[in-house]
Design a protein around this ligand. Sequence first.
Ligand SMILES: Cc1ncc(COP(=O)(O)O)c(C=O)c1O
Length: 474
Amino acid sequence: MTTPDPGGSDLHLDLPAEGARRTALAQALRNAVRSGRLAGGTRLPPYRTLAADLGLARNAVADAYAELVAEGWFTARQGSGTRVAEGVATAGVPADAAGPAPARLRHDLLQGKPDPASFPRGPWAASARRALAEAPTEAFGPGDPQGRPELRRALAGYLARARGVRCAPENIVICSGFANGLRLLASVRPRDWAVEAYGLPFHHDILRTAGVRPHPVEVDEDGARTTELPARAGTLLLTPAHQFPTGARLLPARRAAAVEWARAAGGVIVEDDYDGEFRYDRKPVGALQGLAPEHVVYAGSLSKSLSPALRLGWLVLPDHLRDQVLAAKGLRESWASALDQLALADFIECGAYDRHVRRMRLRYRDRRDQLVAVLAARAPEVRVTGISAGLHAVVELPPGHEARALAAAHAAGLALDGLSSYRHPAAPTPPREGLVVGYAAPPETAFTRALGALAEVVGRTSAGQGTVVSAATP
Ligand SMILES: Cc1ncc(COP(=O)(O)O)c(C=O)c1O
């Protein structure tokens, strides 16, 4: 089979006009390989050609190529230039759902998935059966874009009780997961959004595609620096309960600063509460929305608590925004199945959702404890940072170590993401480095083996290198 060889020809890559363009180039190249757009064996254009095409310094392109070689995406051989490594494309997998695909996947610690084997099939089937039996005839017609009233009532009760959200069922709009909700909000809010400097690249892409101008806000161990919001921003996208993916919880003073900003500037905060139920060291902090319901859009989803396969989420909106979002949705529901909504309403009302969340909280907590203990024993130079919460953790590494750790992980057949790939491409300063470890999904025995592989990789990468340890927030 002959492999495509672009040589000096065009390689189309979308880079931001300003900001950390070298990091953005490396990310764009990873995405092109991951998606299969750059096939295994393809020869990359020479540095100087790509640098000229993109208006970058030659060194910047050389550095990006070297980074991808170190991570295993590219190979470099004297005389044959830089080529895409064979067998690393994961066509069809969204860029942020897959880390560097190992040559042979043996251990999967990619973040983003709850435990699929723990889906409560029996209780869900019972709820679906009851919902079908009891659904009024009109439920089988074209759906109401606001969502089934049964589900909105159940959610209003649940969110008030479990997350401190202040809302009536009329303020809830059901959507097809957070991604769908974010798209809707981007279409109705003005163009300038403050976003956390770390986040899900998929969400950054949604905003970019909608024409949003992003203003990254720096993130540290106390969450986003909401005391330094850019004056132009009218909307602020925030993960206050558990910053994604760095794992910080937003300091109370910064929660207050965000609310103050929204009140003073007439701004809107979009609170992405993607894993708010999963806090292990203490009771979860209530939603920010409870402090200022007229300025905060609370967004929730089943993707971490139950399953991303259901594609169900919800927005809790102030009145004026609810009307705009409904206008953007149109006259018919095109995304979220009314029958799944009815099943979820029953699932919440009969207590099955609470039981499932409690069960998973214990399981994920145990997983996180195992991760911390294994690294403490076998790679004592590093620590897991962020609060004890959620379905993933960050192992922070000193500058220059992430690419080496990812390359070692790749060689060991261990799939995980580097922290720097979650850095917003327009963020001005270089990313912190680390590994983002998803611990929820693997089966028990596979998890123990994956932890062993991780400890080996981290221990080997950091041995004798004076690894920086950042403080874990209590
Ligand atoms: C930061 C963040 N927000 C929200 C979500 C939920 O997204 P969705 O409901 O579109 O699956 C996820 C993934 O589960 C996430 O990682």
